[in-house]
Design a protein around this ligand. Structure first.
Ligand code: KG4
Ligand code: ZN
Length: 331
């Protein structure tokens, strides 16, 4: 079954064709990062206008790369939310019109659910349930127990900022550019992560929720107290910050793993799962269990292939339909 998936929840216009849930025939991503660099973050109106310009060329490119025509496509999938409403609407309108005009069924997919299936892409064999997944992005941060397809239980979530958002804000504070995650990770390679002892919000022994706003404020206060920052100090702040975030993320993941007991696999997904220090710490702490993250960096950050994977496994009854944005966080 070939699914053409469309994802426009934030600032990337993405279209993929995925066969039977895991075989990626193409994964086209038109990044708007160059536009948002100037503002150090995404301006929703600017993102939506760019989606309008790139949507149809990206669709054409995806079909060409997958060597498909519309007749070969069994279903369309589209991100219904959560995300920027003006961006989402470009994807849902495009998908709905194609669904009606071509008579192809349309499957709405929740964005975070898409991330949960990103570690399935490219695998020969299906992963085994129960899966404990940590999904960490710019817009969301959850610990999810996947007992089966569509049987998801949120064990913990962020009470304020998501980890990716903290990366972006600290990068902006240090003048490192947008998106902040890769910029911090790069600079941190030359930094001493033990130079600054930054706070970790554990919030009690059994607590599986996250909080990163206090850490962000600490970095801001620290930077202000140091005055003019030289390159080495910036690198040391970046490394200390990255260490604090990755320590909490991997620590809470281990806590959840111990609390849940029977877990067959641990999956690390979302934009922040591209972070090498996080992967290293998770691998170190999670022994005797299969640990996976997406096979490619382009499957970690927002992409349409993961939407195609989730659509395949959660498709239900197929129908031609109109899908409108829905910013609900329910998985
Ligand atoms: O999943 P994603 O593309 O978008 C959302 O759904 O939010 O995640 C984007 C986030 C950004 O905050 C970005 O800074 C972060 O993922 N990110 C990283 C890395 N690459 C991307 N954070 C830490 N280290 C990285 N290497
Ligand atoms: Zn995302």
């Amino acid at each position: 079954m070939k699914i053409l998936a469309i994802e426009t929840s934030c600032d990337d216009t993405a279209v993929a064709v995925v066969e039977d849930g895991r075989r990626v025939l193409c994964n086209v991503i038109s990044s708007q990062a160059y536009l948002h660099e100037k503002t150090g973050g995404v301006v929703p109106e600017v993102a939506a206008r760019e989606h309008l310009v790139t949507m149809l060329p990206v669709l054409d490119e995806a079909l060409a790369l997958a060597e498909c025509s519309w007749e070969d496509i069994d279903a369309i999938a589209v991100t219904r939310g959560p995300g920027l409403i003006s961006s989402l609407i470009v994807g849902t309108e495009t998908a709905s019109v194609i669904s009606y005009v071509k008579g192809i069924p349309l499957i709405p997919v929740q964005h975070i659910t898409g991330h949960l299936y990103s570690a399935w892409l490219g695998l020969e064999e299906e992963p085994r349930f129960p899966i404990l997944a940590l999904t960490v992005s710019g817009g969301h941060n959850e610990l999810v127990l996947m007992r089966g397809h569509g049987q998801f239980e949120v064990l913990g979530e962020t009470l304020d900022d998501a980890a990716g958002e903290a990366f972006d804000k600290v990068a902006r504070l240090l003048g490192l550019g947008y998106p902040g995650g890769p910029a911090i990770a790069k600079v941190a390679l030359n930094g001493d992560s033990s130079r600054f002892d930054l706070p970790r919000a554990w919030m009690g022994k059994e607590n599986l929720n996250f909080s990163f706003s206090g850490l962000k404020t600490s970095v801001r206060d620290l930077a202000a107290s140091l005055g003019e920052l030289d390159e080495q100090t910036k690198a040391d702040i970046a490394a200390s910050f990255q260490e604090a975030v990755c320590d909490v993320l991997s620590g809470k993941l281990l806590k959840a793993f111990t609390q849940v007991g029977e877990v067959a696999e641990v999956h690390l997904v979302g934009g922040v799962s591209a972070n090498l220090r996080l992967r290293e710490l998770v691998s170190e702490r999670m022994k005797n269990v299969v640990v996976r993250w997406p096979q490619q960096i382009s499957f970690c950050t927002d992409n349409a292939a993961m939407i195609g994977a989730a659509a395949y496994y959660l498709r239900g009854e197929l129908k031609v339909q109109n899908v409108v944005p829905d910013s609900g966080f329910d998985l």
